[in-house]
Design a protein. Structure first.
Length: 409
């Protein structure tokens, strides 16, 4: 197990913001060093702000670009590997329109856009705007990589440590939370168990032991500081090798290939196991299935047993949504809108946070094999979005609709 990120949260427009940034940098680096002495590697330290449109709401586009560049520079100078300026907000529709330009002007800064929240419900306008961002951003960087720094969010709350969906809550104290890369623990637990009960117990014992150790480290670190520890996101993120693959872990339960029947049950079992864990929770704490970041998932896309519809179905019982999904460069905004609508509807109906990080790859068609030379990617097949324009849903962009969350009997 590794810590994917020590993620820090603050408001750049607050009093003594620069002092707070310095404090968070020092705390994150001290936490990283202490974790290392305890045998736990910290891969990155990251910084997230309040939604960018709230930092200085009167800024025009030129001023907002300059502000973004300034914040990115400050983040780098303070040793942060990545910066998130939070989501565009449904109640501020103009905030979506500049994101593609901000992605083009930055290197390590992430953005997102809300497509559904508790107050507004599902927003047709926000879905259309996010689809446009994804479509436009495909050509900002080579191989569509700018879309790695953007995600559509549905009912995602603040303080989650996994990017791109991280953001601070305006008016709240600065904070820290931890994103966990723990798919290797799942692989080890499932492969060394003789039955499901034993697999669950092995995994929970290991994760809770690590949470207790890390909880002690950060409670001592923050004891005399005005910084809140928000908790852990044990979404057990994978790394692109089979020893740290959630796909491999799920298949070790007896599934011959992820995407075949039984896969949904495996996802539900793993998510249920995580639900039973005893630790301070923030973010998703669910099953994370990023296609290109998981060696077995990408292989099953090549084998054509795993589709976008499969991954969307698994999100209903466990996960964080659709992540690092390569789609054809020719995918239309209409097709992206339809998929984002499904994500927003599923999230709202089940009252759970979901995200969509889609990557149109310029020049590539459905069925083509990717050839990324990137440490955190395992190459897979470009997947098609099976959708046509939804005229009745999208004829009125200003429409919002709420879905009553299903309540279990």
């Amino acid at each position: 197990m590794k810590i994917r990120s020590i993620t820090c949260f603050y408001d750049p427009g607050s009093l003594k913001a620069d002092e707070t940034l310095e404090l968070l940098s020092n705390l994150a680096n001290e936490g990283k060093a202490t974790c290392l002495t305890s045998g736990i590697e910290v891969q990155t330290i990251r910084l997230a702000t309040i939604p960018f449109s709230l930092i200085k709401s009167s800024e025009n586009n030129e001023q907002l670009i300059k502000l973004t560049e300034t914040l990115e520079t400050k983040s780098k100078l303070h040793g942060f590997d990545y910066l998130s300026l939070g989501p565009a907000l449904i109640e501020r529709p103009e905030s979506y329109d500049i994101i593609s330009e901000l992605l083009a002007e930055t290197e390590i800064t992430f953005f997102s856009g809300m497509i559904a929240d508790q107050e507004s419900g599902v927003s047709i306008d926000a879905i259309q705007r996010c689809a446009k961002i994804i479509h436009q951003s495909a050509v900002v960087e080579e191989n569509g990589f700018a879309n790695l720094r953007f995600s559509a969010l549905a009912n995602v709350k603040p303080f989650g440590p996994f990017f791109p969906g991280s953001y601070h809550h305006q008016g709240q104290p600065p904070a820290i939370s931890l994103a966990i890369e723990g798919a290797d623990e799942v692989v080890n637990a499932f492969q060394n168990a003789t039955n499901l009960g034993e697999a669950r117990n092995i995994l929970l014992e290991r994760l809770e032991s690590q949470a207790n150790l890390l909880g002690l480290i950060f409670s001592e670190l923050l004891a005399d500081q005005k910084v809140i520890f928000q908790g852990f996101d044990f979404s057990v993120a994978p790394y692109p090798q089979d020893s740290c693959s959630l796909g491999a872990a799920m298949e070790s339960l007896g599934i011959t290939a992820l995407g075949k029947h039984g896969s949904l049950a495996a996802a539900a079992f793993l998510a249920d196991t995580l639900d039973r864990g005893n630790w301070e929770r923030v973010g998703f704490n669910g099953l994370m299935l990023p296609l290109l970041e998981d060696s077995r998932l990408s292989k099953r896309s090549i084998d054509e047993t795993l589709t976008i519809k499969d991954l969307l179905m698994y999100s209903a019982v466990c996960g964080t949504g659709l992540d690092t999904i390569p789609i054809p460069g020719s995918t239309s905004t209409d097709q992206i809108e339809a998929l984002l609508l499904d994500i927003a509807a599923l999230s709202s109906r089940l009252s759970k946070p979901l995200t969509a990080r889609l990557m149109p790859i310029p020049g590539m068609n459905a069925g083509d094999l990717t050839s990324f030379d990137f440490e955190y990617f395992s190459n897979g097949r470009v997947l098609s979005i099976d959708a046509n324009p939804l005229e009745n849903f999208f004829h009125n962009p200003d429409e919002k609709f709420k879905l009553k969350p299903r309540i279990s009997n």
